[in-house]
Design a protein around this ligand. Sequence first.
Ligand SMILES: O=P(O)(O)OC[C@H]1O[C@H](OP(=O)(O)OP(=O)(O)O)[C@H](O)[C@@H]1O
Length: 466
Amino acid sequence: MGEIVIFGGDSHPELVKMICDNLAIHSSKVQMGKFSNGETSVSVRESVREKDVYVIQSGCGHVNDTFMELLILISACKTASASRVTAVMPYFCYSRQPDIPYTNKGAPLISRTSEERSDEFNKSLSTGLTTRKPGAESPFEGPESSIRSDGGRSEDSKPSSSSSNSTSNSDGIKKSVSFSRIPVIADGKDAGSTKADAGELFNAQNAGYKLWVAQAGTLIANLLTTAGADHVITMDLHDPQFQGFFDISVDNLYCKPLAQKHIQFGIPNYKEAVIVSPDAGGAKRATSIADALKLSFALIHKERRSQLLKGPPGATLSSGGTFSTNPKPLVSHLHSADMHPSNSASKYVQTTMLVGDVRNKVCIIVDDLVDTSYTITRAAKLLKDQGASKVYALITHGIFSGDALSRIRQSAIDKLIVSNTVPQHETVAYLGKDKVDVMDVSRIFAEAIRRVHNGESISMLFEHGW
Ligand SMILES: O=P(O)(O)OC[C@H]1O[C@H](OP(=O)(O)OP(=O)(O)O)[C@H](O)[C@@H]1O
């Protein structure tokens, strides 16, 4: 393998420098820019012919722009005859989108109402398959044929949104910014009808057959390989199965060894602590840390229930599924702000259940990423309600979009421990040094790059870090 060359994108220059310092080399010169129309311009300022190139770009900041930068930079290196190009993505963007969310009954959350379904069925029976006559209106232009984001509600419905912003430009094209995992869908109607309508679309009551929602997993993998990536190095993929979308090798490093060391040396009396997974999806990750440190484990389970709990007044579901008379409920009902206004008449209630004993214990919530921070702040509140003495949140990727940081500041979280796969200057400045510890992943990435370059195994990094 030829000489090593490292390029850094614009998303996280500090981490690029730290990785290069660990390798005792300088990053190579590359100039990133934007044309006046917003297109990305990349010019590689050094020869990469027959060299082993590593392009470091985390999936943060203006994520679509930084991803595009990465693709163009990889392609530029490949075109300039690099012998191998490795994409190093400390946080792998789009890794939460490979699959479609399902309700707890197994029905897809993205679905049409039964009325829409039977309407469509009747229409197909009466009309059969037709072709469009010349000059006739396109079947795709009418409101009935487009994907409806209002769940079939009338034009004069009054949507409301507390966590999304939407603006219209001069052409009337709506740009939407969502601060939740329910994607905002612009519907081309009145300004502001976005998040609430999307919420309606994603409502479990609408169970039927799927509308088309892009699953970006294969596309993202194909874009990277088509650009010319021969190899990908990343950390704590949200969904490890994401590696299966690639036909090149993907090294998914773990933050776990670093997290374990931080718990052992940074949390007083850690042997008495409980590791908590804030949702079922993160249980495997959290239990592996609990097992390695021989700590007890608790799990928080979120679900939307179709009816209120049965049992004596004030009774609540306790761990193991039995009812208890504990004055502080183990099931917390998330009414009003957590529910879409149009659902308030329905019996759907979002509940959060805690399985495990946390009374008078130090709790360490372990999760792979924080985006809006709803998951960990709700988990922290539940733990404190159940008598936890202190709550730490230990996170690999701190994305903190929208007002996530202010939510954390007001939450029951006593200390946040987060890695620097995504820049954390703002987090430390906003929450204060006492409330945030940053774990440095640069050594692990540097060692992974060194080993890959030298053709050595990197498997020991998975268990022991560096
Ligand atoms: O800060 P937030 O916006 O609340 O998002 C963070 C949560 O989202 C992810 O899980 P996800 O909700 O995708 O569920 P999963 O773990 O079951 O895949 C992640 O593992 C966190 O638990």
